[in-house]
Design a protein around this ligand. Structure first.
Ligand SMILES: Cc1ncc(COP(=O)(O)O)c(C=O)c1O
Length: 412
């Protein structure tokens, strides 16, 4: 099997580093992947596939790190986008589509009575904390150690450019560890405005960890008793576990929920939704951005929600993810390799069980990617409802070849 070359990607990246600090930044930075084994620049996408600037075609299991959920260039979503684009996108006022979208979301997402919109996940996770502070008159925030809530100063995993005060009101506890949670509750009793958590733990460079039995019930009960606002950051998992919100999937009731990624099927939009009792305080917390009222992404999101309901997208993603992950697990055994699968099937993750440095996974994901299926070695993967059985079968062929290389290089 001929493997891909990335010459144009490398060349353009070299030029980019002269014009753009670090060339490509954030989680898309090539610095965190095996150099020369992954594409750096995308050209176009269709369905579950995309093409890089070297003309290589990939079956995509990162889905733009989540925003692609129904397939690139989805006909119904793009029809809604082009209809709205013809009328215009950004005006002195929002378009009526903003009210249409808010109504659809309120009817869909369980327990939520209102919605606001922004562009990125970080916009709404940060804003939701301000709402909690306004509502409670308290300053402190509890979050899970290793959780990602965005790139703003209070939560960025980066270290540069920060001052101690950025984090001085943010305190950590351990996922699924009730005593670590209660310790923080007791230490800061009466000062905690919000507990912000993802619906399950999906750290980079680690296995995804589902909530232990009773975990969410403990969190919710304690937040209710202590009058702390419970915020769910559903930016990554939202609309991939249950269209009514991941809190429905795990059986609990948050106060505020943040969405982004899947909601616009690649069109930039995020949302924060909340219960009625926070609406008044939410209306006091300043919220705006130059493009935040744009109609085109909102028209896209209306179409996304319709398509998801029509085709039962979550079930397709779960079924395709299950086929992929069970196939990878079985194939690994035939090569005498041990893999650990974690996370829900629509947002799965895999690593080699007998190492903790990801070196095998880097080689494995690079070799799979060079054959035409984009896998990431230390970030969870994403399925879309555009993935087909044929895609999965092809990917398992790519994985078969890659497992052989891993076995030759590292042994069992
Ligand atoms: C759970 C979670 N919260 C927040 C964010 C931040 O979203 P954005 O990158 O759109 O600001 C992300 C992004 O990956 C995320 O996965």
């Amino acid at each position: 099997m001929e493997t891909y070359k990335f010459d144009k990607s490398m060349e353009l990246f070299k030029k980019a580093t002269t014009l753009i600090p670090s060339g490509i930044y954030g989680h898309e930075s090539p610095a965190i992947l095996v150099p020369g084994s992954f594409p750096y620049y995308a050209e176009r996408g269709q369905g579950s596939h995309y093409w890089d600037i070297d003309g290589n075609e990939f079956i995509d299991y990162i889905c733009a790190y989540g925003p692609m959920v129904l397939g690139y260039n989805h006909p119904k979503v793009e029809a809604a986008v082009s209809e709205q684009s013809k009328k215009g996108n950004c005006f002195n006022h929002p378009g009526p589509v903003m009210v249409e979208l808010a109504e659809k979301l309120v009817n869909l997402v369980s327990g939520m009575d209102w919605s606001v919109f922004a562009k990125n996940g970080s916009d709404v996770t940060s804003w939701s904390i301000q709402v909690a502070r306004e509502h409670t008159g308290r300053s402190k925030v509890l979050m899970v150690s290793g959780a990602y809530h965005g790139a703003h100063a209070w939560c960025t995993p980066g270290h540069a450019g920060l001052i101690a005060e950025d984090r001085s009101n943010v305190h950590l506890f351990t996922w699924n560890d009730e005593s670590s949670f209660h310790q923080q509750i007791e230490k800061y009793r009466g000062e905690i405005a919000a507990v912000i958590m993802t619906p399950y733990h999906h750290p980079a460079f680690g296995d995804s960890i589902m909530p232990a039995d009773g975990w969410w019930q403990t969190i919710q009960k304690t937040c209710n008793e202590e009058e702390i606002v419970l915020i769910v950051d559903d930016v990554r998992a939202g609309f991939r576990l249950d269209p009514r919100g991941s809190h429905v999937y795990f059986g609990f009731e948050p106060d505020l929920v943040c969405f982004c990624k899947a909601i616009g099927n690649t069109h930039p939009l995020s949302a924060c939704m909340g219960k009625d009792k926070f609406k008044n305080d939410a209306s006091k917390v300043f919220l705006t951005g130059s493009y935040w009222n744009s109609s085109v992404p909102m028209a896209a999101a209306c179409a996304v929600l319709d398509v998801m309901a029509e085709e039962n997208s979550v079930k397709i993603m779960m079924d395709m993810g299950e086929k992929l992950m069970k196939g990878l697990e079985d194939l690994a055994k035939t090569h005498g390799l041990q893999v650990k699968i974690s996370g829900p099937y629509s947002i799965p993750f895999m690593r080699f069980a007998n190492e903790d440095n990801f070196l095998r996974n880097q080689l494995f994901c690079a070799e799979v990617t060079k054959r035409g299926s984009f896998f990431h070695p230390h970030h969870n993967w994403f399925l879309s409802s555009a993935h087909t059985e044929d895609d999965i079968n092809k990917t398992l062929e790519h994985a078969d070849a890659a497992y052989k290389i891993v076995k030759d290089e590292f042994g069992s």
